[in-house]
Design a protein around this ligand. Structure first.
Ligand code: TYD
Length: 209
Protein backbone atom coordinates (compact mmCIF):
# COMPACT_ATOMS: atom_id res chain seq x y z
CA UNK A 1 0.00 0.00 0.00
CA UNK A 2 1.43 3.45 -0.88
CA UNK A 3 1.88 5.94 1.95
CA UNK A 4 -1.02 8.36 2.10
CA UNK A 5 -0.48 12.09 1.82
CA UNK A 6 -2.34 15.30 2.45
CA UNK A 7 -1.96 18.23 0.04
CA UNK A 8 -3.71 21.58 0.68
CA UNK A 9 -4.40 24.26 -1.91
CA UNK A 10 -4.59 27.79 -0.55
CA UNK A 11 -4.98 31.31 -1.87
CA UNK A 12 -7.26 34.30 -2.12
CA UNK A 13 -10.42 34.67 -4.18
CA UNK A 14 -10.20 33.85 -7.88
CA UNK A 15 -6.74 32.26 -7.61
CA UNK A 16 -7.82 29.15 -9.56
CA UNK A 17 -7.54 26.63 -6.72
CA UNK A 18 -10.41 24.44 -7.89
CA UNK A 19 -9.06 24.28 -11.45
CA UNK A 20 -5.62 23.33 -10.18
CA UNK A 21 -7.05 20.83 -7.69
CA UNK A 22 -8.83 19.05 -10.54
CA UNK A 23 -5.70 18.99 -12.71
CA UNK A 24 -3.62 17.67 -9.82
CA UNK A 25 -6.15 14.91 -9.15
CA UNK A 26 -6.00 13.89 -12.83
CA UNK A 27 -2.18 13.82 -12.71
CA UNK A 28 -2.12 11.65 -9.59
CA UNK A 29 -4.84 9.25 -10.80
CA UNK A 30 -2.88 8.75 -14.04
CA UNK A 31 -0.03 7.60 -11.81
CA UNK A 32 -2.33 5.03 -10.23
CA UNK A 33 -3.03 6.84 -6.96
CA UNK A 34 -6.36 6.95 -5.18
CA UNK A 35 -7.20 10.64 -4.89
CA UNK A 36 -9.77 12.23 -2.61
CA UNK A 37 -10.53 15.70 -3.95
CA UNK A 38 -12.36 17.71 -1.33
CA UNK A 39 -12.88 21.27 -0.10
CA UNK A 40 -13.37 23.48 2.92
CA UNK A 41 -15.59 24.57 4.35
CA UNK A 42 -17.37 21.37 3.36
CA UNK A 43 -16.57 17.79 2.45
CA UNK A 44 -19.19 16.09 4.69
CA UNK A 45 -22.95 16.71 4.93
CA UNK A 46 -22.63 18.55 8.26
CA UNK A 47 -19.64 20.59 7.07
CA UNK A 48 -21.51 21.54 3.88
CA UNK A 49 -24.41 22.70 6.08
CA UNK A 50 -21.97 24.89 8.04
CA UNK A 51 -20.63 26.17 4.69
CA UNK A 52 -24.11 27.35 3.77
CA UNK A 53 -24.26 29.38 7.00
CA UNK A 54 -20.79 30.97 6.82
CA UNK A 55 -21.08 31.98 3.16
CA UNK A 56 -24.69 33.20 3.29
CA UNK A 57 -25.26 36.91 2.78
CA UNK A 58 -28.21 36.56 5.17
CA UNK A 59 -25.62 36.70 7.96
CA UNK A 60 -23.71 39.90 7.12
CA UNK A 61 -21.91 41.07 10.25
CA UNK A 62 -21.59 37.57 11.75
CA UNK A 63 -19.46 37.85 14.88
CA UNK A 64 -15.80 37.13 13.93
CA UNK A 65 -15.30 34.65 16.78
CA UNK A 66 -18.49 32.81 15.89
CA UNK A 67 -17.27 32.74 12.29
CA UNK A 68 -13.90 31.30 13.34
CA UNK A 69 -15.62 28.63 15.46
CA UNK A 70 -17.91 27.61 12.61
CA UNK A 71 -14.99 27.17 10.19
CA UNK A 72 -13.11 25.18 12.84
CA UNK A 73 -16.16 22.99 13.55
CA UNK A 74 -16.58 22.22 9.85
CA UNK A 75 -12.87 21.39 9.67
CA UNK A 76 -12.92 19.10 12.70
CA UNK A 77 -15.72 17.01 11.18
CA UNK A 78 -14.03 16.96 7.76
CA UNK A 79 -10.65 15.94 9.18
CA UNK A 80 -12.15 13.16 11.31
CA UNK A 81 -14.52 11.69 8.73
CA UNK A 82 -12.77 12.26 5.41
CA UNK A 83 -9.15 13.42 5.48
CA UNK A 84 -7.61 11.28 8.23
CA UNK A 85 -9.25 7.98 7.15
CA UNK A 86 -8.27 8.58 3.51
CA UNK A 87 -4.62 9.30 4.35
CA UNK A 88 -4.57 6.23 6.60
CA UNK A 89 -5.74 3.95 3.79
CA UNK A 90 -3.02 5.27 1.46
CA UNK A 91 -4.95 7.85 -0.58
CA UNK A 92 -3.72 11.29 -1.56
CA UNK A 93 -6.09 13.93 -0.22
CA UNK A 94 -6.19 17.15 -2.26
CA UNK A 95 -8.05 19.73 -0.23
CA UNK A 96 -9.20 23.11 -1.56
CA UNK A 97 -8.47 25.31 1.52
CA UNK A 98 -7.56 24.16 5.04
CA UNK A 99 -6.22 25.67 8.30
CA UNK A 100 -4.27 28.43 6.56
CA UNK A 101 -7.52 29.85 5.17
CA UNK A 102 -8.74 30.32 8.74
CA UNK A 103 -5.45 31.89 9.79
CA UNK A 104 -5.49 34.24 6.77
CA UNK A 105 -9.23 35.14 6.67
CA UNK A 106 -10.10 35.08 10.37
CA UNK A 107 -6.66 35.57 11.95
CA UNK A 108 -5.38 38.32 9.64
CA UNK A 109 -8.54 39.49 7.82
CA UNK A 110 -10.70 39.70 10.95
CA UNK A 111 -7.72 40.57 13.19
CA UNK A 112 -8.38 37.69 15.60
CA UNK A 113 -4.66 36.86 15.54
CA UNK A 114 -2.88 34.00 13.79
CA UNK A 115 -1.97 32.11 16.98
CA UNK A 116 -5.43 31.63 18.53
CA UNK A 117 -7.07 30.84 15.19
CA UNK A 118 -4.45 28.25 14.32
CA UNK A 119 -4.66 26.71 17.81
CA UNK A 120 -8.43 26.40 17.48
CA UNK A 121 -8.11 24.40 14.26
CA UNK A 122 -5.25 22.31 15.62
CA UNK A 123 -7.49 21.36 18.53
CA UNK A 124 -10.44 20.70 16.21
CA UNK A 125 -8.43 18.40 13.93
CA UNK A 126 -6.22 16.66 16.49
CA UNK A 127 -3.20 18.45 14.94
CA UNK A 128 -3.74 17.09 11.43
CA UNK A 129 -1.52 19.16 9.12
CA UNK A 130 -0.86 18.91 5.36
CA UNK A 131 2.37 17.33 4.09
CA UNK A 132 2.52 20.12 1.52
CA UNK A 133 0.60 23.35 0.94
CA UNK A 134 0.37 24.95 -2.49
CA UNK A 135 -0.21 28.69 -2.23
CA UNK A 136 -1.67 30.27 -5.37
CA UNK A 137 -0.86 33.93 -4.88
CA UNK A 138 -2.90 36.55 -6.69
CA UNK A 139 -3.39 40.29 -6.32
CA UNK A 140 -6.92 40.58 -4.84
CA UNK A 141 -7.87 43.20 -7.44
CA UNK A 142 -7.17 40.63 -10.16
CA UNK A 143 -8.70 37.68 -8.28
CA UNK A 144 -11.93 39.44 -7.29
CA UNK A 145 -12.41 40.65 -10.88
CA UNK A 146 -12.67 36.97 -11.93
CA UNK A 147 -15.74 36.37 -9.70
CA UNK A 148 -19.42 36.88 -10.23
CA UNK A 149 -22.07 36.77 -7.49
CA UNK A 150 -19.82 37.34 -4.46
CA UNK A 151 -20.59 35.38 -1.26
CA UNK A 152 -20.40 36.96 2.23
CA UNK A 153 -16.59 36.82 2.45
CA UNK A 154 -15.89 37.67 -1.17
CA UNK A 155 -17.99 40.81 -0.67
CA UNK A 156 -15.61 42.17 2.02
CA UNK A 157 -13.68 45.37 1.12
CA UNK A 158 -10.38 45.19 -0.77
CA UNK A 159 -8.30 45.96 2.35
CA UNK A 160 -9.68 42.84 3.99
CA UNK A 161 -8.52 40.77 1.00
CA UNK A 162 -5.11 42.49 1.08
CA UNK A 163 -4.68 41.46 4.74
CA UNK A 164 -5.68 37.89 3.79
CA UNK A 165 -3.05 37.82 1.03
CA UNK A 166 -0.35 39.14 3.40
CA UNK A 167 -1.33 36.41 5.87
CA UNK A 168 -0.94 33.62 3.34
CA UNK A 169 2.41 34.97 2.15
CA UNK A 170 3.70 35.22 5.70
CA UNK A 171 2.66 31.65 6.52
CA UNK A 172 4.46 30.36 3.42
CA UNK A 173 7.58 32.45 4.07
CA UNK A 174 7.82 31.11 7.64
CA UNK A 175 7.89 27.44 6.58
CA UNK A 176 9.33 27.19 3.02
CA UNK A 177 9.94 23.42 3.13
CA UNK A 178 6.19 22.75 3.50
CA UNK A 179 4.96 25.33 0.95
CA UNK A 180 5.11 25.92 -2.78
CA UNK A 181 4.13 29.50 -3.62
CA UNK A 182 3.17 30.21 -7.22
CA UNK A 183 2.05 33.32 -9.08
CA UNK A 184 -1.56 32.49 -9.92
CA UNK A 185 -1.72 35.04 -12.74
CA UNK A 186 0.49 32.77 -14.89
CA UNK A 187 -0.41 30.16 -17.49
CA UNK A 188 -2.77 27.45 -16.13
CA UNK A 189 -0.86 24.50 -17.61
CA UNK A 190 2.52 25.84 -16.45
CA UNK A 191 1.16 26.25 -12.92
CA UNK A 192 -0.29 22.72 -13.08
CA UNK A 193 3.10 21.33 -14.15
CA UNK A 194 4.91 23.12 -11.31
CA UNK A 195 2.38 21.74 -8.82
CA UNK A 196 2.62 18.18 -10.21
CA UNK A 197 6.43 18.24 -10.04
CA UNK A 198 6.47 19.47 -6.43
CA UNK A 199 3.75 17.05 -5.33
CA UNK A 200 5.67 14.12 -6.87
CA UNK A 201 8.68 15.11 -4.75
CA UNK A 202 6.50 15.38 -1.64
CA UNK A 203 4.99 11.93 -2.25
CA UNK A 204 8.44 10.40 -2.66
CA UNK A 205 9.52 12.04 0.61
CA UNK A 206 6.45 10.77 2.47
CA UNK A 207 7.02 7.25 1.05
CA UNK A 208 10.63 7.26 2.24
CA UNK A 209 9.74 8.29 5.82
P1 TYD B 1 -14.06 29.28 -1.65
O1 TYD B 1 -13.10 28.17 -1.77
O2 TYD B 1 -13.65 30.61 -2.18
O3 TYD B 1 -15.43 28.87 -2.30
P2 TYD B 1 -16.00 29.28 -3.74
O4 TYD B 1 -14.82 29.18 -4.67
O5 TYD B 1 -17.06 28.27 -3.99
O6 TYD B 1 -16.52 30.68 -3.56
O7 TYD B 1 -14.30 29.37 -0.07
C1 TYD B 1 -15.30 29.96 0.56
C2 TYD B 1 -14.95 31.21 1.35
O8 TYD B 1 -14.70 30.90 2.74
C3 TYD B 1 -13.76 32.01 0.88
O9 TYD B 1 -14.15 33.38 0.82
C4 TYD B 1 -12.75 31.85 1.98
C5 TYD B 1 -13.57 31.61 3.21
N1 TYD B 1 -12.92 30.81 4.26
C6 TYD B 1 -12.60 31.40 5.48
O10 TYD B 1 -12.85 32.59 5.67
N2 TYD B 1 -12.04 30.64 6.46
C7 TYD B 1 -11.78 29.31 6.29
O11 TYD B 1 -11.27 28.64 7.22
C8 TYD B 1 -12.11 28.71 5.02
C9 TYD B 1 -11.85 27.26 4.80
C10 TYD B 1 -12.68 29.49 4.04
Amino acid sequence: MPAGAFIALEGGEGAGKSTQGGLLATHLRARGREVVLTREPGGTPASEAIRAIVLSRDFEGLDPRAEALLFAAARGEHAARVIRPAVERGAVVVCDRYIDSSVAYQGYGRSLGAGPVRDLSLWATGHLLPDLTILLDVDPVVGLARLSNPDRLEAEPINYHRAVRDGFLELAANDPSRYLTLDASGDVSEIAQAIADRVDVALATVAAE
